[in-house]
Design a protein around this ligand. Structure first.
Ligand SMILES: Nc1ncnc2c1ncn2[C@@H]1O[C@H](COP(=O)(O)OP(=O)(O)OP(=O)(O)O)[C@@H](O)[C@H]1O
Ligand SMILES: [Mg+2]
Length: 361
């Protein structure tokens, strides 16, 4: 993962729906920025999933600074079309028709063009050179793409190729070739798949890896997300005995001054909860072992399940910290929330205060 974070120019994050693509893309972005790279995290599905993770209400087609060396953007098909038409000299056409008509005409004439524009925009950001004094957006060392799910990612990334098959020469062909050069190059592009320690996602991840490789795309690794932590380790072996007789636990609870609230029934429930959790840990370990075996040497990293969910920059920073070894400045990518979104940070302070209150009581 470190090699990818330090060397790739384009990091494509895909995976089965709901397995953490957006969360992991944000965390990878924060981790890479923390390692000194200038990073852009881009989403292409118009879901506004990234915004909250960076403490923002919304992101748009403008590259917004969300942290030190960290920018984020929601690529907008409409805006990309305008940019595209302007770049290739079609601006007069855009003036002849109303925007809605032009958009309809183009989409009907070239299905898949929407994806071409989105991929084109990502490619443009990933290969942008600094133009000193241009006043425009700067160049990046790394673009992290929160990509469509595994089932759609190959046609999405290959859309420029597909459309360009109609155009043997000219600017569309030229751009498609450059996009393909970037996507096929394992020195510059890395595809990462997110996965959960559950049956279906594990199976789908292995299929996804095969499909991406089949398509010639450079798969760099898998992030196993939401992995339940094993808090008990070897001590879990004592759980069956404690379930039969929670006596020792009652003694420990009394010793800790909590005896009054923890009667036998309550302790029995606690032990059962612990056993359920341990069964989950065991099942997840087995599935992750299967996954690892199926990946056949492809790198895999694990991210812990955060019980409180992933609501914003704080949790993203925590996950980023798991992606890189601890060290000075590691995962220091996100600017203090106060600077970004006073409303959210106010809520957070309230939440923290409430948490501190209940903790004390
Ligand atoms: N490590 C984690 N611990 C706890 N919750 C997590 C973790 N990672 C992700 N989540 C939560 O899981 C849900 C799905 O995550 P996310 O939105 O990143 O997945 P996704 O693959 O982008 O989903 P979609 O396919 O809908 O775009 C979210 O509610 C997110 O907050
Ligand atoms: Mg998402």
């Amino acid at each position: 993962m470190l090699k990818v974070l330090d060397r790739a120019r384009l990091l494509v994050v895909t995976g089965k729906g709901g397995t953490g693509k957006t969360t992991v893309a944000a965390s990878l972005g924060v981790a890479a920025a923390g390692r000194g790279r200038r990073v852009l995290v881009a989403e292409v599905e118009g879901r506004q999933g990234l915004a909250g993770l960076f403490g923002r209400g919304e992101l748009d087609y403008r590259e917004a600074r969300v942290g030190e060396r960290l920018h984020a953007l929601a690529v907008d098909p409409d805006e990309s079309l305008r940019e595209y038409l302007a770049r290739y000299g079609f601006a007069p056409l855009a003036r002849l028709l109303t925007w809605a008509n032009l958009n309809r005409f183009i989409t009907a004439a070239a299905p898949g063009l929407g994806d071409v524009l989105l991929v084109g925009k990502v490619w443009e950001a990933a290969t942008r050179q600094v133009r000193p004094g241009s006043g425009g957006p700067g160049a990046y060392d790394l673009v992290v793409l929160d990509a469509p799910p595994t089932g759609r990612v190959v046609p999405f990334l290959r859309a420029p190729e597909t459309v360009a098959e109609l155009a043997r020469v000219g600017p569309i062909r030229h751009q498609a070739d450059r996009v393909k050069d970037l996507l096929d190059d394992p020195e510059r592009t890395a595809v990462v798949l997110t996965c959960l320690p559950e049956e279906l996602p594990v199976a789908e991840t292995l299929e996804g890896v095969a499909a991406l490789r089949e398509a010639g795309l450079p798969v760099a690794g898998v992030v196993a997300n939401r992995v339940t932590g094993d808090r008990l380790g070897g001590r879990a072996a004592r759980l069956p005995a404690l379930a039969r007789d929670p006596g020792p636990l009652a003694a420990a609870a009394a010793g800790a001054g909590a005896g009054a609230e923890l009667d036998r029934a309550a302790l029995g429930t606690l032990v059962e909860e612990a056993r359920d959790r341990q069964r989950l840990v065991t099942r997840e370990r087995r599935l992750l072992k299967e996954l690892r075996a199926g990946l056949d040497g492809l790198p895999m990293v694990e991210l812990p399940f955060l019980a409180g969910g992933v609501a914003g920059p704080e949790e993203v920073r925590a996950l980023a910290g798991h992606l890189v070894p601890a060290g000075p400045g590691a995962a220091a990518g996100v600017v203090e929330e106060q600077e970004l979104a006073p409303d959210r940070s106010g809520r957070d302070q309230a939440r923290r205060a409430a948490g501190a209150g209940s903790g004390g009581g």
